[in-house]
Design a protein around this ligand. Structure first.
Ligand code: LLP
Length: 432
């Protein structure tokens, strides 16, 4: 029985023309030749279009801004990527002191920063308060008290929102589902009101918002509306108690197509959520959106070279120079990424598992793929712009790849390839 072919995702920054793949106006083969492989390549056009699709819905028919996009930089935190979004008007969602440092490095307005994360350290909280971020999203009562303590030491006030765990099933991979009561994230729904009351009494805390993020790679709107309704119910109750909420942070999580998925259109999706906020009488609240993957996922590819074709007893292997160290998603979530030859060739095709050189059987990038390739050919692993480079590691002492941003017919190195000597430059031998 032949397997149903999985379609390629729809891409705007990468196209195939006469059997050759391009990033905007530049052949991918030229980039590989100039910068080597493995190589991350991003398209400025694609990330701009995705941002603008959100932004169209963020402004209502009267031109009034009703929501703001805070790019979840955990998806791709390269400074050039962040700077492109900043220039488009984005704020940022951060989850560590390191991400805060990146935002400050590109000169992001601190008031455009929301600081999330389930285990912020006292140091990270202090950094965020000193930087005057817009809001710290609090995930537990213990954290609330720690923030109050740190703010007291710094003699400042801490603007906070509570992250609600709405107990909604986002119907996504269990590792990236965050809004169920069994997940480590957020404050249990039945404890939220009590926690807000407690927050309102703390000396250094200013309650400014409420937030919720139910998971990632979500391909339907229904769980968002369920979570939103539950959050708005809480806002009503808080209002009745005189606890004022100024902004509503709906998190990120909208999925992209890696091939088979058919997620909602970004503008339609955003309109649906924002219309529900208005219909329920909360149009006066500022809304924060924290998309990551849907802004960058399909704006990047990973280029890799075929090292060996290895026929096996049960399987044929196509061994490439990228690995789980460059793109961890298949190994970690059994995630599917389309993989295409960068230049179409008239050679016999075979079914391959595409694997890397790392010493793990979990080191694979694609399984059972029909490919017409020879050694030294280039492959492009599509939809690699989100949670690609940022999850890369140096396992097996492999240097991290370079990153390139293409803008029309210009290619910019936005991160140089790591140098092997740098990988152990901070290590020390014992004296004897
Ligand atoms: N806001 C919060 C609080 C988050 O935890 C996340 C993602 C986002 C926003 C952005 O979600 P997005 O729009 O990108 O779905 N490494 C996984 C994804 C982990 C997502 C973690 N949180 C993957 O490769 O699929």
């Amino acid at each position: 029985m032949t397997k149903k072919a999985i379609p390629l995702p729809k891409l705007s920054g990468f196209t195939e023309r006469n059997g050759h793949w391009y990033a905007e106006e530049i052949p991918l083969a030229d980039l590989a030749k100039e910068f080597g492989t493995p190589l991350y390549v991003y398209s400025r056009k694609a990330l701009t279009e995705a941002y603008e699709a959100y932004d169209r819905a963020c402004v209502d028919v009267h031109g009034k801004r009703r929501a703001r996009v805070h790019f979840a930089m955990k998806a791709n935190s390269n400074l050039a990527v962040l700077d492109c979004f900043k220039k488009l008007g984005a704020g940022f969602d951060l989850v560590s002191g390191g991400e805060l440092a990146r935002a400050l490095e590109i000169g992001a307005d601190p008031k455009s920063l929301v600081f999330a994360g389930v285990g912020k350290s006292a140091d990270e909280i202090a950094q965020a308060l000193k930087a005057h971020v817009k809001c710290i999203n609090v995930e537990s009562i213990a954290e609330l008290h720690k923030i109050n303590r740190v703010a007291k030491e710094l003699q400042c006030r801490a603007p906070i929102s509570l992250r609600i765990n709405p107990d909604v099933d986002a119907q996504t991979h269990p590792y990236i589902s965050t809004g169920l009561k069994g997940n480590k994230f957020g404050i249990a729904y039945h404890e939220v009101l009590k926690t807000y009351r407690e927050a309102a009494l703390l000396s250094q805390i200013d309650v400014v918002g409420i937030d919720c993020h139910i998971g990632s790679q979500i391909t339907t709107t229904a769980p968002y509306l369920d979570a939103l309704d539950k959050v708005l119910d809480l806002v009503s109750q808080l209002q009745r108690e005189g606890i004022e909420i100024h902004h509503l942070d709906l998190g990120g999580g909208l999925g992209i197509s890696y091939g088979e998925e058919n997620p909602p259109d970004i503008t339609d999706f955003t309109n649906t959520l924002l219309n529900r906020v208005a219909e329920r009488g909360f149009g006066h609240l500022d809304v924060v959106l924290e998309p990551g993957r849907s802004l960058v996922g399909n704006a990047g590819v990973l280029l890799t070279k075929v090292e060996y074709l290895k026929p096996g007893a049960e399987k044929n292997f196509c061994i490439v120079d990228a690995a789980m160290t460059e793109l961890m998603r298949p190994a970690l979530y059994e995630a599917y990424h389309s993989i295409v030859p960068v230049q179409r060739k008239a050679v016999k095709s075979s079914t391959y598992d595409i694997v890397g050189p790392v010493c793990e059987s979990g080191d694979w990038l694609g399984k059972d793929r029909e490919l017409a390739v020879e050694e030294e050919d280039l492959l492009a692993i599509l939809s690699a712009g989100a949670y690609g480079f940022v999850m890369a590691s140096n396992y097996n002492t492999r240097p991290k790849p370079a990153e390139i941003m293409v803008d029309g017919n210009h290619a910019y190195v936005i991160r140089a390839r790591e140098n092997i000597n740098d990988l152990f430059a901070t290590e020390q031998l014992l004296p004897k």
